[in-house]
Write a protein that binds this ligand. Structure first.
Ligand SMILES: O=C(O)CCC(=O)C(=O)O
Length: 254
């Protein structure tokens, strides 16, 4: 079906039909508006790159609250595509939406595998599901122009600092332009980054990650671990230090 094994990614244009897309748009709107609730979805904020105001960054663990989206993300269509693309069975590992509002910050060069390794030391796959058009001005996803290889590179403070991966050299990166309805599948070995959204409109995308089925359900464990180590701001304990988690991030979150 694809060159996924050789390139580490596969773009399926118009993969989702109109009713699926409607669910993603409704889900994104709901998650943007929903108040912060203790023990609810994990809602995180960031400082705007435009004016320092506090803006919504992302929401994670929403399948428990959005049954129709849950059905799509755990449904046969997606799971069969994952098998066709990779040759393996995958199950849901974690789900988030990066809102990347106007002023939302970019991500430093990284491989997702570096962050997931302690749960599943194997190849995971993420699907980007855009709810807006993505482009150079609003901080689209960018993949490395270096030869793709299934190995983890050295990360320090959430970032790859090797030659050929400098974040501000545009020759190092290829822009991935997406439209609502598209699905972009990429490996946890694929090096990627993104720029700040300095445009005046949102660039929101779901990032839904799947782990090989042989490891069993890792999602429950992952979200328990995350909630304990880096909960949303309303759940934080006064005397706990959250800096160790923050330091590992490819993107600063409040
Ligand atoms: O949303 C973006 O701009 C990039 C997200 C990303 O790189 C990630 O979540 O690993």
């Amino acid at each position: 079906m694809s060159d996924y094994q050789a390139n580490g990614f596969f773009l399926a244009k118009n993969y989702f039909d109109a009713s699926e897309l409607e669910q993603f748009i409704a889900g994104a709107n709901y998650l943007k508006q929903t108040p912060e609730i203790i023990d609810g979805p994990l809602k995180y904020f960031e400082k705007s790159q435009i004016d320092d105001s506090v803006i919504l960054n992302r929401v994670e663990k929403f399948c428990d609250y959005l049954p129709l989206l849950n059905r799509i993300l755990n449904g046969e269509k997606l799971l069969n595509s994952l098998k066709e693309i990779t040759g393996r069975e995958y199950i849901l590992f974690k789900e988030k939406i990066n809102f990347k509002l106007s002023g939302g910050g970019g991500f430093k060069p990284h491989q997702d595998g570096a962050a997931f390794r302690s749960f599943v030391n194997d190849e995971l796959i993420t699907i980007i599901i855009p709810v807006h058009n993505t482009n150079e001005n609003n901080g689209c996803f960018q993949i490395s122009n270096q030869i793709y290889s299934k190995q983890l590179l050295q990360h320090a403070n959430g970032k790859i600092s090797l030659k050929g991966y400098e974040e501000d050299l545009s020759d190092n990166w290829r822009n991935i332009l997406l439209s609502p309805g598209d699905a972009f599948f990429f490996s946890s070995f694929l090096v990627h980054q993104s720029q700040n959204n300095l445009s005046s409109s949102d660039r929101s995308c779901f990032f839904v990650t799947y782990s090989p089925a042989d490891y069993g359900d890792q999602r429950t464990k992952y979200f328990i671990y995350k909630r304990e180590n880096f909960p949303p701001r309303i759940e934080r304990k006064e005397n706990k230090d959250y800096e160790p988690w923050r330091k590992k991030l490819s993107r600063e979150i409040l």
